[in-house]
Design a protein around this ligand. Structure first.
Ligand code: PLP
Length: 462
């Protein structure tokens, strides 16, 4: 294959083969066949390269995951060494291996509160399914088998397997597959102030959102509720940081009714918010967290469920076999890469104080886009950002675009002008690699403004 930054004469062949054989995630295939896929052939630092020779700043870190950027030789070496030393061994039948042992201990060290037990899987969705099962198991062990109801939220994203998709509050994910499964309840409104806040102050809106959760618990019957699950900052639902004080109050509600508090940290974990975990950013101590994505900076498919307190103790000390696990739970190569990834984050001060300066700069520059005529709001925290596209800045009226939306138009302009920015409806989303430099942030924001200008022109505003 050509060097990543070189134009290839194979684009058309790859597109044709792609159209012929490849079913893509979350894709309308007729659309894709019409346009042809963009073929990404390589990547370095915060950039990806396509087969047409374009260099594109990846403002999404892949899918919120390549925290330390592309082309990191230390991760390559860690994978290569592990593959030579122990390419595979499992954790079944009373066996273990150093890679999984060391990573479990490292996760326990970094995780919030008293979390100290870790189980591995290979994707966020599998971690979510695992957490769901283990929480049910816990309540069975506790002699409260009626506690099987799960409370989730409108706009939540928790993955794509049957349980995970059921927990999602993105309702478009349900009808094709006869979901959600039973026992899952979605709370409205989502803690999305720009969309749902109306005339309330942010603080008043917090109370509305928290009361909706408590009302749902009361409606289901607190004695029937197994757990509340939430992303510290909603990701795929539109990069939605909660209104002020939200998580502390949600934590208090969970404690009040003795229900398990489960934070899905698949996006927020591993530096995305500027802390190791989103829970630490919001100063909460969940009983159980799910993680994936940034755990290995996306270099290897690996996820984990980590838990503490009575949940962890009860499961760990149960007399019987825990009848759950995967062939690739704690895969040595994936664990080796995750360990090296975390070591680099520690060594290079990529989290906490060491990130503060670049985070402040990123947030400042992002906020500078709020003067743009089609921008209704910018918001963000850590290395997360969102831009709301509106027709009317005062009333927040959205654009009406036939068969599409303003976000999709903007996304295409971004791509064509050297920037990956994702769209969720009319919301543009940023989640760059956490190694991004100030110069690269400048480039990102300049390109974003240009894409906004072109979008505005298309929509007849500029
Ligand atoms: C991406 C994501 C998942 C699913 O992870 P996969 O690896 O795609 O299965 C689960 N929860 C959250 C919060 C996510 O962002």
């Amino acid at each position: 294959m050509n060097a990543p930054h070189l134009k290839s004469n194979s684009t058309k062949q790859w597109q044709d083969k792609d159209s012929a054989h490849l079913l893509h995630p979350f894709m309308s295939h007729p659309d894709l066949r019409k346009k042809g896929a963009r073929i990404v052939t390589g990547a370095e630092g915060v950039y990806i390269f396509d087969s047409e020779g374009n260099k594109i700043l990846d403002g999404m870190a892949g899918l919120w995951c390549t925290q330390i950027g592309y082309g990191n030789e230390e991760l390559v070496e860690a994978a290569t060494n592990a593959m030579r030393q122990l390419p595979y061994y499992n954790l079944f039948f009373m066996t273990s291996q150093p890679y999984a042992i060391e990573l479990a201990a490292k996760i326990a060290e970094k995780a919030p509160g008293n979390i100290d037990q870790v189980h591995f899987a290979t994707s966020g969705s599998e971690a979510v399914d695992t957490a769901y099962k283990l929480i049910k198991y816990y309540w069975n062990l506790k002699g409260q088998p009626q506690r099987k109801q799960f409370i989730s939220r409108d706009r939540a994203y928790h993955g794509s397997t049957t349980v995970a998709a059921s927990l999602c509050g993105l309702t478009g994910m349900h009808p094709q597959f006869d979901l959600p499964i039973e026992g899952i309840h979605h709370v409205s409104p989502a803690p999305y102030y720009f969309e749902n806040g109306g005339d309330l102050t942010p603080e008043e809106f917090t109370d509305v959102c928290v009361k909706a959760i408590e009302d749902k618990i009361l409606e289901v019957g607190p004695e029937n509720v197994a757990a509340f699950v939430g992303e510290p900052v909603m990701g795929a639902g539109g990069m939605i940081p909660p209104p002020p004080g939200y998580w502390k109050k949600v934590e208090a509600v969970c404690r009040k009714y003795g229900i398990i508090m489960w934070c899905d940290e698949v996006i927020c974990g591993w530096g995305r918010t500027g802390e190791w975990f989103g829970s630490q950013y919001f100063d909460i101590e969940p009983d159980i967290i799910t993680m994936a994505k940034g755990l290995s900076s996306g270099y290897q498919p690996i996820s984990a469920v980590a838990m503490g307190g009575d949940l962890a103790k009860t499961i760990r000390d149960g007399d019987e076999e825990m009848v759950h696990g995967f062939t690739y739970s704690g895969h040595p190569v994936a664990c080796a890469v995750a360990l090296k990834n975390i070591e680099i984050m520690e060594r290079d001060n990529l989290i906490g104080e060491g990130a503060k300066d670049r985070i402040d700069y990123f947030q400042e520059q992002l906020a500078s886009l709020s003067d743009h005529p089609i921008v209704g709001e910018t918001r963000g925290l850590g290395f997360l950002g969102a831009i709301e596209l509106v027709k009317d800045k005062k009333t927040k009226e959205r654009f009406e675009v036939e068969g599409s939306d303003a976000g999709f138009i903007c996304r295409e302009h971004c791509f064509n002008n050297g920037l990956v920015m994702r769209s969720v409806g009319n919301t543009m989303i940023l989640s760059p690699p956490i190694i991004i430099t100030k110069d690269e942030i400048d480039e990102l924001v300049t390109k974003a403004r240009r894409a906004l200008d072109l979008t505005a022109k298309d929509l007849g505003v500029l």
